[in-house]
Design a protein around this ligand. Sequence first.
Ligand code: UGA
Length: 442
Amino acid sequence: MAVMADFCPGLDIQVVDVDQKRIDAWNNLEAECLPVYEPGLQEVLDRVRGRNLSFSTDVATAIQRADMVFLTVNTPTKHRGHGAGAAADLTFVEQAARQIATSACGSTIVVERSTLPVRTADVLRKILSQGCGNHFEILSNPEFMAEGTAIDDLCNPDRVLVGGACGQAVAELTGIYANWVHPSRIITTNLWSAELAKLTANAFLAQRISSINSIAGLCEASGADVEEVSHAIGSDRRIGSEFLRPGPGFGGSCFRKDILNLIYLADHYGLYEVASYWRAVLELNAWSQRRISQMIVQALFGTLRDKRIAVLGFAFKADTNDTRESPAIAICRDLLHDGATLRIHDPRVSFADMEALLVVDADGVPTAGWFERAESVFSACDDADAVLILTDWAQYRELDWAALASRMRRPAWVFDARRGTNLAEAEAHGLETWQIGRGGPH
Ligand code: UGA
């Protein structure tokens, strides 16, 4: 919304939330106090906050005054009841829709921004139609930005997608985007296509990562190099070069949730083969994480008791403090279960966030071992038996391996799960190395 306010000074945008703390954080003028870390966000906010963008908890008044309401509530995966573990939990969507039904005035366009299961607009329509005689139009305008590059993605989007049945409502929303997006990049579709396109886009992106991770495993076993393979296939225009970087598996709040949603949808329509096809993408992602912890245990002589491991990176990717579904979680839990001592460095993730995710595993079983947050890469490596790189932060690309190696206990290892460091230098200083997708001599 901040980017929209920036490009459209004529619009008055109010962001509302029932959570007072969250709203206070967005109103806090001090830099570095925003609830999320996103490069470039602070600068945009400095321009628009108090000009044509405001934050408040007065949800009812904001809806009453609005011509257009953007619905951006969270839709986590259901944990309990029917569809648990796959279906999206629409509680917040429903609550918001009920509030819109009672507070809206006159004619209101309701825009779905959250990633929603296909045909959620039906749910919205049913609830909104209970409102007292107001007229509602529903549009689907899914979000395609990625964390860490969100501001640039929003300023220069590959495309903007607007789905809806009412030509005038669609024209009003596309008219807003036309302030900064070329018309050729604004795609209009029907509601269901827009909803399904968002799930499909994420599923296809996640599928590419699982595909390249499967090939990374094959490269290690066969002596090929995944970077060379990626480059070779990515040069084919039909495949393209993006999203072919191997790693410890995909994380983030979207891919897993959206694929689960797709699986649920396929099962619901009796398309069981389709469901199991997408399930395999998730299974491969779990394998991508599991195999790393297993390989480390094997390399460190079969046990991690009394072994210290420096973990570099805990966020699910660089340039964000988000740890949701981060591959680091499952890998660190596995290492802790084996008795390891972990010193975890991440420039943006707090100890509290690490602690909340590592004290118990996914089944609620307390982890063994011990962990702490390291203030620097150097302190993480003190007396360490191994360094494990899990997030692609730029600062890990050029590490001072001479200095780090001298602090480690020999024999010492570097496990690079991101191809994110100068490994030849680590080898030059006597460290054993493993890099994802790099086959040894055969
Ligand atoms: C993803 C999509 O990329 C966005 O288009 C979408 O709008 C967003 O979800 C959403 O639904 O809100 P995001 O989860 O923020 O964005 O981050 P990505 O850049 O897609 O990365 C996801 C995961 O894949 C990360 O763990 C990343 O490290 C991993 N990844 C990505 C790889 O392992 N290899 C790659 O080549 C690319």
